[in-house]
Design a binder for this molecule. Sequence first.
Ligand code: GDP
Ligand code: MG
Length: 185
Amino acid sequence: MEGREFKIAIIGPENAGKSSIMNALFGKYVSLVSEVGGTTKMPIKRYWGKLKIGRTKEEPEFVNLVFVDLGGLYTTTDKQSPIMTPKVLEKTFEEINDSDMVIHVIDGGVGLLRSFEKLHHLLKFRYQKPIIVVINKCDLLNDSDKENLKNYVEKRIKNKPIFVSAKTFEGIPELLDIIIKYLKR
Ligand SMILES: Nc1nc2c(ncn2[C@@H]2O[C@H](COP(=O)(O)OP(=O)(O)O)[C@@H](O)[C@H]2O)c(=O)[nH]1
Ligand SMILES: [Mg+2]
């Protein structure tokens, strides 16, 4: 395929809506969504499409955008998820390590977990990953919830989060926009 691959890994706790966000980004059902945690185990890799990122007509540059939906590494109580058997954990980290960008999904109803705060720092400083922080389920939050959560996240991980809802699609076009702008920078 013409153009290099640009792979974005979606990380977050169980039930934060990682698979739902993946589906919203694709505008169709590409990854299984469930009310019970631990549905996605092995990474689910899906090809989104080809983007032209080059500025010149003479030498057009393309990337093949790929998203990888991952199993929740930790539960909402900061415990390692029971689905993360050694083999699944190895595969999950292989995908994160190999990704060009990470979407860190925070469950708006739960908030930023310590386990993910640590992982976020590890990915940012040791793995040098560009990270987009997304607070999902914003349809369940009122303005003051949003303000408090945003301030907390900014203070803890020094990263400006964007609010999305995989249910109402609020913030999904903005999320795609941030990714495309990053690619075209
Ligand atoms: N209200 C609301 N519910 C959501 C949203 N995104 C996901 N959910 C629900 O949260 C649950 C877990 O979603 P899922 O995508 O399977 O989470 P994952 O485990 O992180 O992949 C399901 O019951 C979804 O319907 C959202 O933006 N708003
Ligand atoms: Mg899932």
